[in-house]
Design a binder for this molecule. Structure first.
Ligand code: ZN
Length: 433
């Protein structure tokens, strides 16, 4: 269980959510505490207007909704974000025995981390383990997280590479493997991670069939800056937006609303959303259809509801970097601390268009917060996000937004606390409509 009660505490939220599975667990705990009931996709659903529900997929994506009071054709107000962050996954048969009985772990890079930000930090392991059960089709699933500093990726000393500060290409397979520690006997290396997990969970190592384990930086989120205006932490992209969506949903949950309010936190955005729990799958379409059916709607009602819907796809944006102003578009300079950012791309990598961007600008105006715009410098290829991918499944009207941050995909990113509050204000205004 999380060790805090105030869902508005972003630092505590980030610290409690070291990987996708734990982020979903943290969100679910807050939803349950606010009276949301869990539904299962393989059960029949009975839904009453105004009631609060959530559904998880693969333990790593979560969808919460408050059923609307209006006709089913009123549609959905959706805020989406993602639970995953770039980093390192532990491979099968991961233990590698080195000189001096030192054990390092074999890892695979997940998404696009800035590799050298992971060196020389206290790291640990978190994720999900799969345990033997009587039914081979349905093994048991358990979350696991080590609270102690278990690993580190030591950088090569400068004396072995004097040119290190002139640019140093890194091999994901050679340079980035974390050291777990020293064993007394070489025979103790094999299966060490499973034995550690078994000890942590109080189970037999033989019962662990498989795992989804990742490294995480154990350094806690910190408030920094002259006036404490910034927060630095791992996973700000995109857990800060998941947190802002959660706060807005919970803050406005007592409001009566014709449209169904939906919070959709997908997994695997960092690898292109192409999984059953990602935005490229029909999972959200299934859930919205199920809500429509459970409230008495038919197929045409559903299509009418989708046409009346609006989605805010929330994923962090790039703030202008004080050391690299030349990287930004000449006329659009979103600043960290300057308010929520609408993301625009002429080649439709974002779902924003003038119509949907205007909706978000109006929401910001009504919330009393400043609204900024991000467009790529035309010679710099930018990123993408899940909003546009989702429209391949559901033809939703919507906008891509985010808070402006620094060092996106670093092990430690920096965001502004005032932007975070402004984002919650804009999202709450949307959910209150
Ligand atoms: Zn993101």
């Amino acid at each position: 269980m999380t060790s805090y009660n105030n869902y508005r505490d972003l630092a505590a939220f980030l610290d409690a959510s070291p990987v996708n599975f734990w982020a979903v667990n943290t969100v679910a705990e807050h939803l349950v505490a606010m009276g949301f009931k869990e539904l299962k996709m393989n059960d029949p659903w009975t839904i009453q207007p105004g009631d609060r529900y959530f559904v998880t997929k693969n333990d790593s994506a979560i969808f919460a909704f408050i059923a609307g009071h209006g006709p089913v054709t009123s549609g959905y107000k959706i805020i989406s974000a993602h639970s995953d962050s770039p980093g390192f996954r532990i491979k099968p048969n991961c233990e590698m025995l080195c000189d001096g009985n030192i054990v390092k772990l074999n890892t695979e890079v997940y998404g696009g981390p800035i590799l050298y930000t992971w060196f020389d930090r206290p790291l640990s392991l978190a994720g999900r383990v799969i345990l033997r059960s009587d039914d081979p089709l349905h093994p048991q699933r358990r979350l696991v997280k080590f609270d102690r500093h278990l690993l580190t990726i030591p950088h090569l000393a400068i004396h072995f590479n004097r040119a290190v500060n002139e640019g140093n290409p890194l091999s994901k397979q050679k340079d980035m493997l974390p050291v777990l520690g020293r064993v007394a006997e070489p025979s103790q290396a094999k299966g060490l991670v499973k034995r550690l997990v078994a000890e942590k969970l109080g189970i037999n190592a033989e019962d662990i069939i498989d795992y989804d384990l990742s490294l995480f930086d154990t350094t806690r989120a910190s408030i920094v800056g002259l006036n404490g205006e910034y927060i630095t932490s791992g996973r700000i992209d995109d857990l800060s937006m998941a947190h802002a969506a959660l706060c807005a949903l919970l803050d406005t949950s007592a409001n009566i609303c014709n449209m169904t309010r939906v919070m959709a936190i997908f997994d695997n955005e960092e690898t292109g959303s192409g999984t059953k729990q990602g935005a490229g799958s029909p999972i959200l379409d299934y859930i919205l259809r199920r809500i429509n059916i459970a409230m008495g709607g038919n197929d045409v009602d559903y299509m009418r509801a989708v046409d009346n819907s609006f989605m805010i796809s929330a994923d962090d944006a790039h703030g202008i970097h004080p050391n690299y102003p030349e990287k930004q578009d000449p006329t659009n300079h979103p600043t960290v601390g300057g308010g929520p950012v609408v993301k625009i791309n002429a080649n439709c990598k974002y779902m924003s268009d003038a119509d949907s961007a205007a909706v978000f600008a109006s929401l910001c105006e009504r919330a009393g917060v400043n609204c900024q715009y991000f467009v790529n410098h035309s010679d710099v290829a930018g990123g993408s996000t899940l909003g546009n991918i989702l429209t391949g499944q559901i033809p939703l009207r919507g906008v891509d937004v985010g808070a402006a941050i620094w060092a996106m995909h670093s092990a430690r990113e920096t965001a502004s606390l005032s932007d975070h509050n402004d984002m919650i204000a804009a999202f709450s205004t949307f959910y209150r409509l």
